[in-house]
Design a protein around this ligand. Structure first.
Ligand code: AMP
Length: 310
């Protein structure tokens, strides 16, 4: 396997990332990489401080949205780890754990092209040797709303694996996408509540030309479904354009687009307060976020947009 090379003070690769499957090996590689960088820096008389580790957690089936997170990570840190793990703990019974796309070879090739040095791709047995973690992080009230109402236990499973990844990798920064707005809210809250040292960096949603938010699940959409799915982003854009008339006007505008599309089965459309992630009251003004989730065929899609309410 190709060893990480050191270029310009950052751990980089010439051809391939190291794909690591165990916690012990990852930790030892990261310790080595940090040590080598530190001694290189010392050799150059560069104080520099401890090399920064940046983590990008993913479930693989990488697309251009993931790659923007990866590029940001590479610009932020000295050592970048992309984790690829389809976390069984965050899938409920009857969800798409079995059919979730798994494309490790293509993912590693895409990460090689970006110059990522380390890919952590454990099997479930490595992350959950007892079958499932009996100790879990609980997401609290917000964890049972919206995505959490549709997918009971999802956010406890997500936070548990994120906590494990933070403890395994010890990142200075972890990069997440705003696409999963409730996930970002809950991860930021977990970091604050449980005093993780990791800083969370959040990047905007990457969309296709037609507006559809990129998602690994979009692969499952047939052409007519994909066309219909654009009603979600169109609805959010319509909402944002009338947000200066208030949240009711924004909701009406979004409903008009989404409800007109018979292939889109709306689950929820709601405006939340970004501070609490609870639905806004009539008196709320200022920053807010509209969230949408829908089924298109068997595919569950989510999207969101920032609103500025009068
Ligand atoms: P996933 O592999 O779906 O768990 O996503 C891994 C990370 O990529 C999460 O932080 C997501 O929010 C982020 N992500 C997924 N899709 C997008 C997108 N279209 N734009 C920006 N970030 C995204």
């Amino acid at each position: 396997m190709t060893q990480p090379q050191h270029t310009g003070g950052r751990v980089n690769v010439l051809t391939k990332p190291e794909v690591i499957g165990t916690i012990e090996e990852l930790r030892s590689r990261l310790t080595d990489a940090q040590g080598r960088l530190e001694s290189e820096r010392a050799g150059r008389g560069d104080a520099g401080g401890t090399p920064r580790i940046v983590l990008v957690p993913t479930m693989g089936a990488l697309h251009a949205g993931h790659l923007t997170l990866v590029r940001r990570a590479l610009s932020l840190g000295d050592i970048v780890v992309v984790s690829i793990f389809v976390n069984p703990l965050q899938f409920g019974a009857g969800e798409d754990l079995g059919t979730y796309p798994r494309t490790l070879e293509a993912d590693v090739a895409a990460l090689a092209a970006e110059g990522v040095p380390f890919v952590f791709a454990p099997v479930s047995q490595v992350m959950y040797p007892e079958g499932a973690a009996s100790t879990r992080v609980t997401a609290g009230t917000v964890g049972s709303l919206f995505e959490g109402a549709a997918r009971p236990g999802h956010f406890d499973g997500m936070l548990t694996v994120v906590a494990k990844l933070f403890n395994i990798v010890g990142p200075d920064v972890a990069v997440f996408g705003q696409k999963d707005a409730q996930q970002v809210f809950l991860v930021e809250r977990m970091v604050a509540d449980l005093d993780f040292r990791t800083r969370i960096e959040v990047l905007p949603i990457v969309r296709e030309d037609g507006g559809l938010a990129l998602s690994s699940r979009n692969r499952a959409l047939e052409p007519a479904q994909r066309a219909a799915a654009r009603a979600l982003s169109a609805g959010l854009a319509a909402a944002a354009s009338v947000a200066d008339q208030g949240s009711e006007a924004a909701l009406l505008a979004a409903h008009a687009r989404i409800d007109a599309q018979p292939l889109v089965k709306l689950d929820y459309l709601v405006v939340v307060d970004p501070q609490t992630f609870l639905p806004v009251g009539a008196l709320h003004h200022g920053p807010a976020r509209m969230l949408v989730a829908a089924l298109v065929g068997h595919t569950r899609l989510i999207d969101n947009v920032a609103l500025d309410l009068p």
